[in-house]
Write a protein that binds this ligand. Structure first.
Ligand SMILES: [Zn+2]
Length: 254
């Protein structure tokens, strides 16, 4: 489960990552009546600055990728400091996962129904922020990121802590048969019910299974359990209201 930290800019955290004083992380929410907390690159710059102040990272060291539903994973170094921190043009192009072992760099992905995933390896002190839409999930971006961390940093999957953020739940993610076919290697993620005209996909389960297949212990994987479309916290959801608002999910090595 995740808790809401209400001081300053509102955000959630995961219990399995809260245990480590060596890393900071956050999941932001949606707009409520009182505040605009959209973190999208267009119009969200001031909110990103407020977020950085609240969490305690340097806004000039925030890094984001272009997020094109690719399988590209960027190894973020000090040379990338601030790429896409408050603008679009300097984002790391065509990239959906960011990994680093550099302290102080904040990796962030933006979502509104897609699946945000954070990884932390306390043994090699390295981290990842991943944007996994249905395509990225079906194509295995989370498992590929675990492999990339192993190659780049010597990460052993059994040491990884994984946090799956709020996304569109199996309750609401109705798809066509063509999309469902992409999930055939995880049959349990394709759900049929008599009251549903079309199949639903469980993206959280697909990412969880993928992490387990990559060697991450099930007990190290936490998911928020909240559906962006129908959950109680009013999170940004593209399917609910075609919003341009985005949830920010990020991680910073201390
Ligand atoms: Zn739902």
């Amino acid at each position: 489960m995740i808790m809401l930290h209400s001081a300053g800019f509102p955000f959630f955290t995961f219990a399995n990552l809260d245990r480590f004083s060596t890393v900071k992380h956050f999941v932001t929410c949606g707009n409520n009546a009182a505040t605009d907390i959209n973190l999208r690159s267009v119009g969200g710059a001031d909110n990103r600055r407020r977020l950085a102040q609240t969490i305690g990272f340097d806004i000039n060291r925030l890094v984001t990728g272009e997020q094109t539903h690719s399988l590209n994973i960027a190894v973020v170094t000090d040379a990338d400091d601030g790429r896409g921190s408050v603008d679009i043009d300097s984002r790391i192009p065509c990239t959906d996962a960011l990994i680093t072992n550099r302290r102080g760099i904040a990796l962030m992905v933006l979502t509104a129904d897609c699946v945000p995933v954070l990884l932390y390896d306390p043994a090699t002190h390295s981290a990842a922020a991943i944007h996994a839409g249905w395509r990225g999930t079906a194509n295995g971006i989370v498992g590929l990121t675990v492999k990339k961390m192993a190659n780049e940093f010597g990460t052993k999957p059994e040491n990884l802590m994984a946090a799956i953020g709020p996304c569109i739940g199996a309750c609401c993610f109705e798809v066509g048969g063509d999309v469902a076919e992409h999930f055939s290697r995880w049959p349990d993620t394709i759900l049929h019910r008599s009251e549903w005209p079309r199949p639903h996909i469980d993206l959280v389960l697909a990412n969880r299974l993928q992490l387990e297949q990559a060697g991450v212990p099930a007990s190290n994987i936490e998911s928020s359990g909240e559906c962006t479309k129908c959950g109680p916290n009013g999170l940004f959801s593209h399917r609910r209201n075609q919003t341009l608002g985005r949830i920010g999910t990020g991680i910073v090595l201390m």
